[in-house]
Design a protein around this ligand. Sequence first.
Ligand SMILES: [Zn+2]
Length: 96
Amino acid sequence: MTMPPVPGHIWWHSALDAQNHLYPVRDEDDEPEDGIYEAACEKLVVKDKLVREEYGPYCHDCLLKLGRHQAARLEDHLNNYVSTYDDSKSAQDPAS
Ligand SMILES: [Zn+2]
């Protein structure tokens, strides 16, 4: 499984948790001064643990960031579903 390319971002593998995270694209020579990279999910990884390749599972939080619009729509849908469910349930309850 590979993700479609994300403009301005790249999937890189973190050896810290063995997952791919979404990082802002950097030039080869453009490393953070402190050697710490921050992923879209705000997890930090030191340079030594960052593998500039894409393999293994994908970080759920980064995927959510990537698809936050879809996630928000899904959340709306679920909220509607829950409120519909509660309505029908309370409608069946005899008023006391
Ligand atoms: Zn992540």
